[in-house]
Design a protein around this ligand. Structure first.
Ligand SMILES: [Fe+2]
Length: 171
């Protein structure tokens, strides 16, 4: 049995991950409207990964005989004024998710819930990668995005991102 606070936090995390998927889908839609198909692809893959994260939390609760409670998903904004706006917003969002996962980890640590800590280890590492990816993209845009040729090349590079299922097993 997991403690009530941790169950609640894990349920809320499902919602946060699904919101992340929704947010990134909105960013993909924004870039699709701008005819930047590489940026669209990058955020579409990102949205798929976020959905997987939600499913991992769902499965973890179920594997521990806990009930999953699905909450309403907030509508994200998908109107941005400049190409780099979603990039900055995605880094800010990942920092928010990192803090949320750290908060669950802290609760598990207080409760000596070693199983949940072990489960969360993958996400702790994953958040480090997410923040790095978001920062790298901002840096690349700063370097190359202001010039049409550079933007074209960067868009082509981002077109190459391929979705891969998470390395953490689902059950
Ligand atoms: Fe995530």
């Amino acid at each position: 049995m997991l403690n009530r606070e941790i169950v609640e936090l894990l349920n809320e995390q499902i919602n946060k991950e699904l919101f992340s998927a929704y947010l990134y889908l909105g960013m993909a839609d924004y870039y699709a409207d701008q005819n930047l198909d590489g940026f669209e692809n990058w955020f579409y893959v990102q949205a798929q990964e976020e959905r997987d994260h939600a499913m991992l939390f769902r499965r973890y609760l179920q594997n521990n005989d806990e009930k999953v409670t699905l909450l309403a998903i907030e509508a994200p904004s998908n109107s941005y004024d400049v190409y780099e706006a979603p990039l900055a917003a995605s880094l800010k969002h990942e920092q928010f998710v990192t803090a949320s996962i750290n908060n669950i980890y802290a609760a598990a640590y207080r409760d000596k819930d070693f199983r949940t800590m072990e489960f969360l280890n993958w996400f702790i590492k994953e958040q480090g990668e997410e923040e790095k990816n978001a920062t790298d993209l901002i840096r690349k845009f700063e370097l190359f995005g202001s010039d049409a040729k550079g933007l074209y090349m960067l868009n082509q590079e981002l077109l190459g991102r391929v979705y891969a299922p998470p390395t953490l097993v689902f059950n």
